[in-house]
Design a protein around this ligand. Sequence first.
Ligand code: NAI
Ligand code: MG
Length: 486
Amino acid sequence: MNVHIDSAAKGVFIGNRWRPSHSGRTIDVVAPADGKVFAKIAAGGIADIDEAVKAARYSAEEGPWSRMSAAERGRLLSKLAVAISDRAEELALLEARDTGKPMKQARADIVACARYFEFYGGAADKLHGETIPFLAGYFVPTERVPFGVTGHIIPWNYPAQMFGRTIAPALAVGNATVVKPAEEACLTPLRIAELAAGAGFPEGAINVVPGLGEEAGAALANHTGIDFIAFTGSPEVGTLIQIAAAKNHIGCTLELGGKSPHVLFADADLDIAVPVIANTVVQNAGQTCSAGSRLLVERSVYDKAVGRVQEKFKTLQAGTPEMDLDLGPVINAAQQKRIEGFFSRAAEKSIPVLAEGKIATGVPEGGYFVAPRIYGPVPRSNELAQEEVFGPVLSILSFEDEADAIKLANGTEFGLMAGIWSKDGSRALRVARQVKAGQVYINAYGAGGGIELPFGGMKKSGHGREKGFEALYEFSTLKTMIIKHN
Ligand code: NAI
Ligand code: MG
């Protein structure tokens, strides 16, 4: 695969310039498909984050970025969308090498990334305040204003998409951004930051400091110079982010994953449902916060439905990006081990494996491949029914009736997404309205998709909303002007 890695891994990107990290240290970048080091990224730390926050502060308050109109900001975002689209294949190759995902997934991710900049480019000048009737002799307008400097810590599962998802709305409303991408995969965010400079973003509007979570990530979350922080990742680190935000009295959004259910009633159209259900848990090797990782089936149709899902799973294959099969490897050895830990604990509890996909012949030996798997019936309290595996693993459970379905769907600590499958429209809607999740699909499911659709969690899945117009509210605050004119 011919990838322009040099252009993506030149150090830390601050004030539209590359330089090495202050410590001079680097982190090896490993290709998940073969386990081999193919690049190095800078290991940013406290000093680098501090410099990035200062560059962003200048940009937000004094530099050309601070003087731009909403329409001008929108135009720059739109230009970046075009720049990304123009280099879509190069970026997809980079994303695939860095994450191991199949090329078709990487290509779709770059399209989605460009779409974030396109959507928020168009939205930038459409966010406005209101006027409020008040006492006689007063005029009261409100205005949406940026926070100033926003911090963004993103994960490795969809580096390009996550980068677009988090910075595009923040920039649209006029913030300057500091991004700490994940050490496991961050080459596309670095490359896109460079493309943004080329598209005309003034210095300091977009700063990207790669590095370890405990170093660069913690330095950003705890920095007193940021005004807001957006985080996507594990619940454990989410807690640390919220503590840091609390200490600095700033707001945060947390997107912490899920254990999202498909609720399949006896009257569901299995021809439509089964391929979607299988895909939403193997997509990206199951490393998707909104993966549909639990299949809840009405008992009367359990054998038939499970049989169909088994058939589908047996055909699934994991391979390298170039093989372009159903899924790629998982991100690294640690995640592979974590998933295998679920497998061995399930074996100890004698939870049946209902079907397994394959690892394609000819994959490199050092790759972190995991064959997709179905477990069922999984006891309701078992970790496979409760915890996010973040791998291509579907847990099947059965329910008795509508009330039981709702109880089971809501029976985890998470609440990110859900899919309801039934031809009875009233029932599907009744159930959908009682499921505690930020997004609920009926007779469809789109893990990760839908730039226009407000997205985020309830319960342990986090709080705040990204995507759609809603993200513009998250990344801005409201100022009310009270004007007395008599
Ligand atoms: P993580 O939460 O450690 O990593 C996410 C981001 O947080 C990365 O950029 C990382 O560098 C940063 N980070 C780590 N420690 C930090 C700290 N102390 N302060 C500030 N930033 C920090 O997730 P990890 O370890 O990569 O994956 C563990 C599990 O988390 C996965 O198995 C999965 O269950 C979940 N996860 C969920 C994601 C989602 O999309 N909701 C994405 C990634 C992981
Ligand atoms: Mg971690």
